[in-house]
Design a protein around this ligand. Structure first.
Ligand code: ZN
Ligand code: ZN
Length: 147
């Protein structure tokens, strides 16, 4: 029997994990009003896997089906789009790197920051200009978390 998989999902690129990650609505293609949405198939977004902590860039694809609001964890009050953002800095690049962390409602920004420093591992993370970003900035003052 197929497990219940609400909302729209990508599968973790870590071959030893393959956990399903629920895609924040704000970065889905065709969802207006978000400045860094996947407006078109082929755009990428950086997502953290809550299971293994590995961070990859995922390519947008046209949504298959349209789950009803009650099946979407971002509309039904289960998850929200936790974000960690910083300036790229590669070759003096000023572009903002955004890491999306699908986050249970009630999780503090502090908890996301602690997890980021202790568990996240950047595998393929890219800035909007295409630079490969190897890791978090060293200083906590150099990134911002919102949840
Ligand atoms: Zn994973
Ligand atoms: Zn860059």
């Amino acid at each position: 029997m197929e497990a219940h998989r609400p909302g729209r999902l990508v599968q973790c690129k870590n071959a030893e994990c393959r956990q399903y990650i629920s895609i924040p609505r704000s970065i889905l293609p065709g969802i207006p009003g978000s400045q860094d949405s996947w407006r078109e198939a082929g755009e990428t977004a950086n997502l953290v896997c809550h299971e293994c902590g590995q961070v990859f860039d995922y390519t947008g694809s046209p949504p298959r089906g349209d789950p009803s609001p009650k099946d979407d964890p971002y509309l039904s009050g289960v998850l929200r789009d936790g974000r960690l953002e910083f300036e790229c800095g590669q070759d003096s690049c000023r572009a903002r790197v955004v890491i999306h962390r699908p986050t249970q409602i009630g999780t503090s920004e502090q908890a996301i920051g602690d997890e980021a420093r202790s568990r996240w591992r950047f595998v393929t993370v890219r800035c909007p200009q295409g630079h490969v970003v190897p890791c978090l900035p060293d200083s906590v003052d150099d990134y911002e978390i919102s949840a």
